[in-house]
Design a protein around this ligand. Structure first.
Ligand code: ADP
Ligand code: MG
Length: 247
C-alpha cells in the first residue's frame, strides 16, 4: 500500500472520516498553497470536529422523531397573540431545559401548539440537546407494548435518555386506567431528569376526567407543574384562516 492509501486506511480505522475522504485534496492543497505543518494539522482537526458535530446533530434530529419540520422564524406572532416576542426570545435560549422547566401549550385545534413544540424541539436539537417527540397515542402504545416489542422498548429508552420530551395531543383520545398508570410512572421517572412540552386541547381542570382518577391526576399535575410555564393559546385556527382553495 502506498502512503496515501495507508493514511486513508488508518483514518478509517480511527473514524476520521474527513481525513479519510479528503486526504488527496488536503495534501495537494498543502503543497500548492505552502501551508505550515501547524496550520495543516489544525485545519484537519477542525474539519474533523465540524464533521463529527454535524453527524451528531443529524442523528439527534433523526432520533427526535419530528413528524414534520417547523421553524420558530415561520411562526407568525401577529396571528398568535397569546405569546409575545419576548417570551419566544426567552424560550429559544433553552436555559429552561437546563433548569428542567416544563412547558404546557393549551388551546383549540390550529392555534400553533404543535408548530411551536416542534420548532422549540428542533432548536434544542441544534443546540445539542437530546429530544424526543411523540404523540400521546403513540406514547401509550409504546408504553403498553414495550415488553413485547423491541421497537417500543427502543422508543421508551430513547425517551428516558432525552433532555426534552415533547408529548403532543394529550386529551384527544380517551385513555384507560392502565394507560393512566403507565403515564404516571413515566412522568415520575422523568421528573427532575428532563423537561417536558405537553400540548393539549383540554384545560388542566379537565385532566381528571382524562386520567380517570383524581388522586393520580393530582400526583401527575403536581410533578408536571412543579416548575412549569403554561401558555393558554387562544384565537382562530391558522389552518382555517389560511385555507388554500383549489379554485
Ligand atoms: P395545533 O397543534 O394547535 O392544532 P398546529 O401547530 O398543527 O396547530 O398548526 C396548524 C397549522 O397552522 C400548521 O401547519 C402550522 O404550521 C400553522 N400555524 C399555526 N399557527 C401558526 C402561526 N402563528 N404562524 C404560522 N403558522 C402557524
Ligand atoms: Mg397539534
Amino acid at each position: 500500500m502506498d502512503k496515501l492509501e495507508l493514511i486513508k486506511d488508518y483514518a478509517k480505522k480511527l473514524n476520521l472520516y474527513y481525513l479519510n475522504s479528503n486526504i488527496t485534496s488536503i495534501i495537494e492543497n498543502a503543497d500548492t498553497k505552502d501551508v505550515s505543518y501547524q496550520e495543516l494539522l489544525l485545519s484537519v482537526l477542525e474539519n474533523e470536529l465540524a464533521l463529527k458535530d454535524k453527524k451528531a446533530q443529524e442523528r439527534r434530529l433523526k432520533d427526535a422523531g419530528f413528524p414534520i419540520i417547523k421553524k420558530i422564524d415561520d411562526f407568525d406572532l401577529n396571528f398568535q397573540r397569546s405569546i409575545t416576542k419576548k417570551q419566544i426570545n426567552r424560550l429559544i435560549e433553552m436555559d429552561w431545559i437546563d433548569r428542567m422547566y416544563n412547558l404546557i401549550f393549551l388551546g383549540p385545534p390550529g392555534v400553533g401548539k404543535t408548530h411551536l413544540s416542534i420548532a422549540l424541539g428542533h432548536r434544542a436539537v441544534d443546540m445539542g440537546y437530546r429530544v424526543s417527540f411523540i404523540t400521546m397515542d403513540n406514547l401509550m402504545y409504546s408504553l403498553k407494548t414495550q415488553e413485547i416489542s423491541r421497537k417500543s422498548k427502543g422508543k421508551i429508552s430513547k425517551i428516558l435518555s432525552s433532555s426534552l420530551l415533547i408529548i403532543d395531543e394529550l386529551g384527544y383520545l380517551p385513555i384507560t386506567r392502565e394507560e393512566a398508570n403507565l403515564f404516571f410512572q413515566l412522568i415520575t421517572a422523568l421528573h427532575e431528569q428532563a423537561s417536558l412540552i405537553i400540548t393539549s386541547n383540554k384545560g388542566l381542570e379537565d385532566w381528571t376526567e382524562l386520567l380517570g382518577d383524581p388522586a393520580l391526576t393530582t400526583a401527575v399535575l403536581d410533578r408536571i407543574t412543579y416548575r412549569c410555564e403554561l401558555f393558554n393559546m387562544t384565537g382562530k385556527s391558522y389552518r382555517l384562516e389560511h385555507r388554500e382553495s383549489l379554485f
